[in-house]
Design a protein around this ligand. Sequence first.
Ligand code: SF4
Length: 225
Amino acid sequence: MIKTPQLRGLLANYQNILVAEEFESFEREVERLLLHYYDLLAKLAPGQERGRKVHELLHEQELASAHIKTTCQKGCGACCHLEVEITSDDAAILADSVAQGIALDSVRLREMSARERLDKAWAQGAVPSNRCVFLGADNACRNYENRPAVCRKHSVVSPVAECEKVGGNPVPKLMPLAEIILSAAANQVGNNFGALSKMLQLEMDQRLEVVLNTGKIGILTEEIL
Ligand code: SF4
């Protein structure tokens, strides 16, 4: 199964510190848990239902690791200027929130969604053009309740300055089970993974296409007229 880069990094670290037999046993346990969460998520409907379950599972991990102090605080927003990657399920949840009234700058979303993966623009760090479309003027998430899985699992234990400076070296808080859960989610059939702007734009475009193809725009226009 595909593993998140953080899970791959974790396995590589353990390979360095464990003897071969111990590492094999550790690797088998990771695979067992991956399969467990994969099967659990595979029973759920794609989109809201499966995405919300992932959020719930990640929240449990957050609570279980609450004793590890992080340096993250509301109003920082440094990681909301990175190429945040989300699943199709998360894109569906975000698109629903937009349909329900969370405002966003559609011109900026379209511009950001046109970027290639690892576009060099991201290397500029916390510049206005890299701001997530849901980041408020106070540098807090305007869509916190619906924030994607990656935003839920990411936090750091290093000084804030490491996140703020270009080329800094932030140290993420390790939540191994959260990495396994996210990997299990990314392996679900049809649950693609990509930049937030690209995935959200795609989801919104697909929804618009369905509306156009079913003629609902015409019905709405007649109602308004
Ligand atoms: S969705 Fe919210 S938490 Fe996630 S990157 Fe955007 S502003 Fe930040």
